[in-house]
Design a binder for this molecule. Structure first.
Ligand code: HEC
Length: 136
């Protein structure tokens, strides 16, 4: 009888010991390094502002592109009496956006000609408006 109990206890002890021993192993294994958190994929760059109106430039941009070389700051590098300031232009009968556009299509001596293929009417008017608004 007694022997049986001892054996049973021994088996129990072994079993418990074995179980706890075994239990520790899988727990350690479970501590596998977590996969490095991947940084969120960079969002595709947003279209630059103004991309939807590609091609449409402001009067200021067009002025810089086509006119500023000879008319920096509304001046006139070739003829000081024909600046783009309103007093000068009025003296030469250039008063409206239409007058300015006409001069672009049919310029005076020394000024480059800007035909419709180069500067379409809408752009020419934007430039003219910019001149009237900016150089007073
Ligand atoms: C190559 C130089 C040159 C460029 C580029 C040029 N101009 Fe001129 N511009 C002149 C000259 C020179 C005159 C004077 C012409 C004359 O004697 O009638 C003039 C005159 C003018 C006048 C009349 C000014 C006044 O007081 O009577 C206007 C308006 C004008 N230009 C607008 C423009 C615009 C708008 C652009 C751009 C789209 C432009 N010009 C580009 C040289 C230039």
């Amino acid at each position: 009888m007694q022997r049986r109990i001892v054996v049973a206890v021994a088996i129990l002890a072994l079993g418990v010991g074995g179980m706890t021993g075994c239990k520790k192993q899988p727990e350690k294994a479970a501590e596998a390094p977590a996969p490095a958190a991947t940084a969120p994929a960079a969002q595709p760059a947003a279209p630059p502002p103004g991309a939807t109106t590609a091609g449409a430039k402001s009067g200021a941009d067009l002025y810089k592109q086509y006119c500023a070389a000879c008319h920096p700051d509304g001046g006139n590098t070739m003829n000081a009496k024909k600046t783009l300031h309103q007093a000068d232009m009025a003296a030469n009968n250039v008063k409206s956006t239409d007058d300015i556009v006409k001069l672009m299509r049919n310029p005076g001596p020394g000024m480059s000609k800007f035909d419709e293929a180069t500067v379409p009417d809408a752009d020419a008017k934007a430039i003219a408006q910019y001149i009237l608004d900016t150089y007073k």
